[in-house]
Design a protein around this ligand. Structure first.
Ligand SMILES: Cc1cc2nc3c(=O)[nH]c(=O)nc-3n(C[C@H](O)[C@H](O)[C@H](O)COP(=O)(O)OP(=O)(O)OC[C@H]3O[C@@H](n4cnc5c(N)ncnc54)[C@H](O)[C@@H]3O)c2cc1C
Length: 429
């Protein structure tokens, strides 16, 4: 039986494992194995909500082992470390820190991306990156601990410490903007948990962007409108501000004064992990992504497919498909069809990225554009945009769990938000 190994159970990899399991694993036509360094999946576009306590990772996660049991794939928890193409084997480090070797006939690399600090000095040492669920939980703990400490400063009338909590976020893309817009609400919720003096006025949040505007994926008018929304909530948007260094007290721009910060967050771009660069002689891009043919097979090895953020898939437009959940989902669907076709000696399909638009959530509202049929563009704003934004997540969930379970998840999530988001903040002091 063919052994299909998928490394990475994220936005692309878990959808693929589920589809292949249902189609091939169920009928013993292939053995599907999913490998991930974590034991559960959490949709990455929601990480800023985990970091700010809006979303409970205990409710909205999907355990790989349980998903595999229901969809006919095996799950192995471990970190992928190396590839041996001659012997068709990968190496992983398992949860006991032991090295293990896994054979494959077809390999799919879907390990996503990590933050790119572009070699900026001090960023690795002083900044928090929103790369995975562990980082999001760590950021939440850092924020809560800072808020708690700040409460004691407010109570101490003799204190000479600063009067605001300064949070600086570098990167005016979707991640930075969505995270910034949740922070005032997070402080208000924290204040509602018995710290009456805490309110969003005590927060000093900056979104720092090197180019002349935030959100380059959106039309300029939409980006400007979102800038106004952020500013109306007291968030500073600093454009044309190139950060050249980070130190423990804040960010140092190329021109102008130091941007002092108590919490420094870096969301200024992504790259594939460094160890992927030319791994086992495969062709890679400047951002360490593995270069793939239209079929999503690597240019130098047809038995290896790559999907999602770590794939460099050139499009007819002359640009590679973007590192988004939307692209990862579309790649997973084509990869699924191509693996089935490969096993049946049928011709493979070409991946063509369709941009269906971008919507940015701004806590209680959202704004962006949707592209009907990938072409004509329509601006959306307010509750309608917020519903579409939420629907994107529920559609991902539905592709993994089916409609009925997704509805149950949505109900549980709403209920837990009301009860748990306050408990995240109230059991500390
Ligand atoms: C805060 C935030 C907001 C975002 N908002 C949007 C949005 O609104 N719309 C949108 O389209 N995109 C958005 N994105 C981008 C989107 O999340 C990614 O493009 C998408 O998740 C990529 O999917 P993927 O399958 O390639 O990788 P991921 O979803 O990142 O999954 C990678 C998986 O690989 C695993 N893994 C990594 N390394 C290893 C290893 N060495 N060994 C084993 N397993 C490993 C990880 O644990 C993870 O499960 C956002 C991202 C962030 C951080």
């Amino acid at each position: 039986m063919e052994k299909i190994v998928i490394i990475g159970g994220g936005a692309g990899g878990l959808e693929l494992a589920t589809d292949l399991g249902d189609r091939l694993g169920k009928h013993n036509k292939a053995q599907i194995t999913l490998i991930d360094k974590n034991s559960y999946h959490l949709w990455k576009p929601l990480l800023h909500e985990v970091a700010t306590g809006v979303l409970d990772e205990q409710v909205d996660n999907i355990y790989y082992a349980s998903q595999g049991q229901q969809h006919y794939f095996q799950f192995t928890q471990g970190t992928f470390t190396d590839l041996d193409r001659d012997h068709k084997q990968i190496k992983i480090t398992d949860i006991n820190n032991q090295t293990d070797t896994i054979d494959y006939d077809i390999l799919v690399v879907a390990i996503g991306s990590t933050s790119n600090d572009f070699g900026t000095p001090g960023v690795k040492e002083h900044c928090i990156f929103l790369d995975d669920q562990n980082a999001a939980i760590k950021l939440r703990e850092t924020l809560v601990s800072k808020f708690t400490r700040f409460c004691s400063i407010i109570d101490d009338k003799d204190s000479t410490e600063q009067e605001k909590i300064r949070i600086a976020i570098v990167g005016g893309g979707a991640t930075g903007v969505e995270l910034a817009s949740e922070l005032p609400h997070m402080v208000e919720t924290f204040g509602a948990c018995g710290r009456n003096k805490m309110c969003s006025d005590l927060l000093d949040v900056s979104v720092i962007e090197a180019t002349d505007r935030i959100l380059p994926a959106l039309p300029e008018t939409t980006a400007l409108s979102i800038t106004k929304t952020l500013e109306s909530r007291g968030i500073h948007v600093l454009t044309k501000t190139m950060i050249t260094k980070a130190e423990s007290d804040g960010f140092y721009p190329k021109d102008g004064q130091t941007i002092k910060a108590d919490i420094m967050i870096w969301t200024a771009g992504v790259k594939a992990p460094d160890y992927l660069k030319e791994i086992a002689g495969l062709e890679s891009s400047r951002s360490n992504q593995l270069v793939v043919k239209p079929t999503l097979q690597t240019t130098r090895d047809d038995s290896i497919f790559v999907i999602g953020d770590c794939a460099y898939a050139m499009q007819e437009s002359g640009r590679a498909s973007p590192p988004t959940a939307q692209a990862a989902h579309q790649m997973a669907k084509i990869c699924y069809e191509n693996i089935v076709n490969l096993l049946n000696n049928q011709p493979l399909k070409s991946f063509k990225y369709t941009d269906n638009g971008t919507i940015i959530s701004l806590h209680d509202t959202a704004q962006g554009v949707i592209k009907l049929g990938g072409k004509s563009e329509m601006s959306v704003k307010g509750w309608f945009a917020l519903i579409i934004h939420r629907l994107l997540y529920r559609m991902h969930q539905a592709s993994l769990l089916g409609i009925f379970k997704t509805i149950r998840f949505a109900r549980a999530s709403k209920f837990m938000y009301k009860t748990k988001s306050t408990s995240i903040f109230s059991n500390r002091d």
